[in-house]
Design a protein around this ligand. Structure first.
Ligand code: DC
Length: 220
């Protein structure tokens, strides 16, 4: 089986790139961030602080997550409800970052993630895929960009959605999430020693896509 691991900070374009690459290469796309987001959403809905470790751990036995491929895209079901759209809210991203520091949450998701890669070719994106989830991945990529470049892209996306973002707030949120994800004790965001670094600060989406595709195809 071929497995491609793409890790990197939030807003680096991992999911957009991963989705397109998986479709083009015929691999299953697995968005692991969506799983942390679903747990973050569950905690918010139950009034539990995402950073309250024992509180969130106590919720885990009530959570049934299902990842299904529907019309080529990943849908995530939380106790039977399709939450694929609900998990994209900004506050759910922050809640996901909070629950992701919890070792019980990471252990809860690890088997599901590994199982998905056992029987088919996958392209999986996240923070710890190359370091923890799939340490023997066929290809490992660390996709990054400067915080400013990522904030600018996110700012434009929010404008296009009709929202009224404030650039400095968007940048501050990105910096805070980077800090949380990189400084936690369990499976922090880190480039695996054998991962290829791709920095997209100064290239556009099309150039990034071609570079990633070339990088993968030259190694599988
Ligand atoms: O990629 P994303 O923004 O959807 O991820 C949401 C949060 O989940 C992110 O802040 C960090 C966490 N995460 C993680 O810790 N490990 C992963 N493999 C994927 C996401």
């Amino acid at each position: 089986m071929i497995s491609v691991a793409i890790d990197g900070p939030s807003g680096a374009g991992k999911s957009t790139m991963a989705k397109r690459l998986a479709a083009e290469l015929g691999y299953l796309y697995v968005d692991t961030g969506a799983m942390y987001r679903a747990i973050g959403l569950y905690a918010l809905r139950h009034g539990v602080d995402p950073k309250d470790r024992p509180g969130v751990e106590a919720l885990l036995p009530e959570i049934q997550l299902d990842v299904r491929l529907e019309e080529g895209s990943q849908h995530i079901y939380l106790n039977g409800e399709d939450v694929s759209a609900a998990i994209r809210a900004e506050e759910v991203g922050m809640a996901a970052s909070g629950v992701a520091a919890n070792p019980a949450v990471r252990a809860f998701l690890l088997d599901t993630q590994r199982e998905l890669a056992r029987s088919r070719d996958v392209l999986m994106d996240g923070r710890d895929i190359g370091t923890v989830v799939l340490p023997d991945a066929t290809v490992k990529i660390f996709l990054t960009a400067s915080a400013e470049a990522r904030a600018e892209r996110r700012y434009k996306e929010l404008l296009e959605k009709g929202e009224k973002p404030d650039y400095n707030t968007v940048l501050a949120d990105i910096v805070r999430r980077d800090e949380q994800d990189s400084n936690r004790a369990t499976a922090p965001l880190r480039q695996a020693p054998d991962a290829i670094l791709i920095d997209t600060s100064n290239i556009d989406a099309e150039q990034s896509f071609l570079l990633l595709k070339q990088t993968i195809l030259s190694r599988v």
